[in-house]
Design a protein around this ligand. Sequence first.
Ligand SMILES: NC(=O)c1ccc[n+]([C@@H]2O[C@H](COP(=O)([O-])OP(=O)(O)OC[C@H]3O[C@@H](n4cnc5c(N)ncnc54)[C@H](OP(=O)(O)O)[C@@H]3O)[C@@H](O)[C@H]2O)c1
Length: 340
Amino acid sequence: MNLEAVDPALVPKRTLYTGAAMPAIGLGTFGSDHVPAEEIATAVTGAVLCGYRHLDCASVYGNEDRIGTALQALYADGIRRDELWIASKLWNDKHAAEDVIPACRKSLADLRLDYLDMYLVHWPFPNFHPPGCSVDSRSPTAKPYIHDSFMRTWRQMERLVDIGLARHIGTSNMTIPKLTLLLRDARLKPAVNEMELHPHFQQPELFDFVRRNGIEPVGYCPIGSPGRPERDRTPYDTVDIEDPEIVRIAERLGVHPAEVCVKWAVQRGQTPIPQSTKPRNYMANLRAAASVATAPLTNEEMQAIAHIDRNCRLIKGQVFLWKDNQNWEDLWDPQGEIAT
Ligand SMILES: NC(=O)c1ccc[n+]([C@@H]2O[C@H](COP(=O)([O-])OP(=O)(O)OC[C@H]3O[C@@H](n4cnc5c(N)ncnc54)[C@H](OP(=O)(O)O)[C@@H]3O)[C@@H](O)[C@H]2O)c1
């Protein structure tokens, strides 16, 4: 272990409803349009060597095969599989009952694993769209959320646990109405819900709902995704790391505002999965997470950040819209009912 490493034992953990312990920070592995798979895999190697034990992967990120190669080299370096927490996700074109288990097996083969710690349904919509497509593109076969269809997918997710390919299953990009139905009908409830969470998008209702129901919130875009592709930006988006409160706290701590976002996330109770390929940055994020136990943000700072929520969703999901004249907000059930 190199000198700068953080002892993984000092990184906070979340206890899932099964009793399993999940590290309360993971490394994001989505390279958007600009970070090649090889670079992400190099970051995975560096991050694990300096103390990360949780990786957020997905088949659609197009880099699981390279990450699998990196993992094999890490085992040769003495890292044990059972000290890692590895998540992957079912992509939207694999929701059909007969596709779920083969899709999981493909991720396992690419990652060179026997089992996943977590397997998520990436989006609740079964709509195919090609990676990197414009936000204006629409699938002619796009459908709304249909609960019976989702349950057919979920039954196969449950089977993945039964047959030992996934230790836990979870959801991503869900809403309260959709999760309410899933909680009613699931034999195995989701252990986590991965959702967009950063200081300018705190989703307090959904955050409280999942925790009340024994589901751990995993927060994506924890830094406000400053490197996201142009197509995912709008003129209304705000910038978390430029927020005066975040900057003020960063100045007090003598750190980059990104680290304040990570520290706040861990202290609030979600599990952030920041992405970085720069050793300095992913190390700083891990340190920020570990520092919550010894040097937390003050109550005043936590309160101040609670007040800078801008309800600014960055990943709007426009490509999932299924009919004309719809607004992306419809995907997120703003009226408390599932949009049809
Ligand atoms: N479930 C879903 O639907 C979903 C959707 C989106 C994302 N995700 C997951 O969430 C992960 C994170 O989201 P994201 O990558 O969009 O956003 P993010 O983690 O909020 O932001 C990543 C950006 O922040 C920069 N950064 C990271 N740490 C930094 C630091 N300490 N100082 C300065 N800059 C820093 C990185 O640049 P450098 O490389 O230059 O450090 C990178 O450009 C993804 O990788 C993916 O695993 C899941």
